[in-house]
Design a protein around this ligand. Structure first.
Ligand code: NAD
Length: 534
């Protein structure tokens, strides 16, 4: 599959043109002269430019979003959901162009890009359907049953900032924006420098769906330049990216006393128990490790296999991995695409070469393939990996996995938990109940049994996020929208102020108060009564 990258015109293989990308770039309102050049990983050729926004551009975007937010919040949650469902239809109608943009900017295979497009309508339908219930006023037990009441109202926080990474630029922008919008917020999105065009194409579709113009703004620019003013201006920041940047965002959010959710890195374990079906586990491991060339926060990077199945599993896994095709075509042909750029390639090469220096064996892969694409790297399986080598301890974020034999399930769990991260884990077994019980011992925000990551990610009703260095907060489900809300408790008294009446001494009042407190404690032991009195 040799390709002359210098003569290849990637635009000719897609529905896109340089003019189309230039029009998308005009959607950014920037006065700064500086620009960012975006390159296609398939050829490493420049494909277009976008403004490198500065502090003033960000401030203006936040101001415009703030003015537009009030009108947006005045619409009912049902109406906001309706507009997002219309947006979901437009995403499906324009899937070919969106897939082309995702592939052009990221170099991923079309088969992996399609997961991104399919994810947006799922999120839109979920929050359009459940959002209104999550936002509804909620009556709670008052301080003194019958005498007082308490009601909780939910208000949008105002303007949400979303910072997204390059690996899933479509999904990971929209997964936060959709619930933020249904909650009645305006949003300022900062996409990664390498993948701004997909964000702009989505904002164009939101506009066509009827979401008022200024409610969603995009600021393109370098993270370190744009980040501080964005975090400084908004009321909540939803960040997805590396743990290192996540710590910077958390510090800035802390100084400004705004909430933040941080969806960060992982070094995810996959455990094959002694009763697993080896062929199924190997097929699942291929997907878990090599989707998007391993540039997936949920990807498995460490596999622990029960010793009784180790050789059989390795045969099946190595065989299935060798059958994967590598390529950068804009068709459903190649199984695995390119890495994003030379930095990512250098990181992968470094992790593999230092593991080999430390004694690791390469069972398959381990080679850069410039003949396929400038940043293509073969899916790679390593064994005999030293516990303290970089590939074992750090996130590689590439198509590289280590496989180790373990004597029992307990050892597998101990090794799985031996990480600062805790994002996603996968357990393979013939007994799902056993798998679900073992999952409770693994310190990760999501554990998938007999699946790599899709069943966890696509369970949109269930929260998703990380333990430890993998982040703070949760996206998806009720938690995924509640982070974008302020709650207000409205308490009222039917008996006037809750203080001693003028005719009662402080001493008698104190006795009454403590007796009431005792009575309440007794009632609270009988939940049915507690509920009746609320
Ligand atoms: P990164 O942190 O360098 O960049 C992510 C985003 O943050 C980009 O938009 C970037 O421009 C911006 N940014 C960079 N510096 C900033 C700063 N000082 N202030 C504000 N914004 C700044 O991440 P990356 O290395 O490009 O992305 C890959 C990482 O993201 C991996 O570690 C991966 O595991 C993680 N990730 C996590 C999830 C998740 O859901 N947990 C999903 C995808 C990727």
């Amino acid at each position: 599959m040799k390709q002359e990258t210098t003569t290849r015109d990637v635009f000719a293989e897609t529905s896109l043109s340089r003019q189309r990308l230039a029009r998308l770039s005009e959607l950014v309102d920037a006065t700064a002269d500086d620009e960012l050049t975006v390159r296609a990983p398939a050829t490493d050729e420049p494909i277009g430019t976008v403004p490198a926004c500065d502090e003033n551009d960000v401030e203006r975007a936040v101001e415009r979003a703030r003015s537009a937010q009030r009108g947006w919040a005045d619409l009912s949650a049902d109406r906001r959901g309706e507009l997002l469902n219309r947006f979901a239809d437009l995403v499906l109608d324009h899937q070919d162009e969106l897939l082309d943009i995702v592939q052009l900017e990221t170099g991923k295979s079309r088969a992996h890009a399609v997961e991104e497009v399919a994810d947006v309508p799922l999120n839109c339908s979920y929050y359009a359907r459940h959002g209104p219930d999550y936002l509804a006023d909620d009556s709670r037990q008052g301080a003194i049953p019958l005498a007082t009441t308490a009601e909780v109202t939910s208000e949008p926080v105002g303007v949400v900032g979303a910072i997204s990474p390059w690996n899933y630029p479509l999904t990971l922008s929209m997964v936060d924006i959709i619930p933020a919008l249904v909650a009645g917020n305006a949003v300022v999105l900062k996409p990664d420098e390498k993948t701004p065009f997909i964000a702009l194409a989505l904002v164009e579709l939101l506009d066509r769906a009827g979401v008022p113009g200024d409610v969603v703004q995009v600021v393109t620019g370098r993270g370190a330049d744009v980040g501080p003013s964005l975090v400084g201006g908004v009321d909540y920041i939803a960040f997805t990216g590396s743990t290192e940047t996540g710590r910077i965002i958390a510090e800035q959010a802390g100084r400004n006393l705004i909430g933040c959710s941080l969806e960060l890195g992982g070094n995810n374990p996959l455990v094959v128990l002694d009763d697993a079906n080896v062929e199924t586990a190997a097929r699942g491991a291929v997907q878990a490790c090599f989707t998007n060339a391993g540039q997936l926060c949920l990807a498995a990077e460490r596999i622990y296999v029960h010793e009784s199945l180790f050789e059989e599993f390795l045969d099946a896994f190595v065989g299935a991995t060798r059958r994967l095709s590598l390529g950068t075509e804009f068709t459903y042909g190649p199984d695995v695409g390119s890495l994003i750029d030379e930095d990512q390639l250098a990181r992968v090469e470094d992790h593999v070469s230092s593991a080999v220096e430390d004694g690791a064996t390469v069972l398959t892969g381990g080679r850069h393939r410039p003949d396929v694409g400038p940043f293509c790297y073969e899916p790679t399986i390593l064994t005999d990996v030293a516990a303290d080598t970089t590939v074992a301890c750090e996130e590689t974020f590439g198509p590289v996995v280590t496989v180790e034999s373990v004597p029992d399930a307990e050892t597998a769990v101990t090794k799985a938990n031996d990480s600062e991260y805790g994002l996603n884990a996968s357990v393979w077994t013939g007994d799902r109940d056993r798998g679900r019980a073992l999952a409770r011992e693994i310190d990760c925000g999501t554990v998938c049994v007999n699946d790599g990551y899709v069943s966890g990610w696509a369970a949109i009703d269930a929260p998703m996020g990380g333990f430890g260095d993998s982040g703070l907060g949760r996206r998806h489900g009720r938690a995924g929208i509640e982070r974008f809300l302020e709650s207000r408790t409205v308490a009222s008294s039917r008996v006037g102020p809750l203080t001693e009446p003028p005719s009662v001494s402080s001493q008698w009042y104190a006795r009454g108060l403590l007796a009431l407190s005792r009575f309440q404690r007794q009632l609270s032991g009988v939940p049915v009564f507690g509920r009746w009195f609320s």
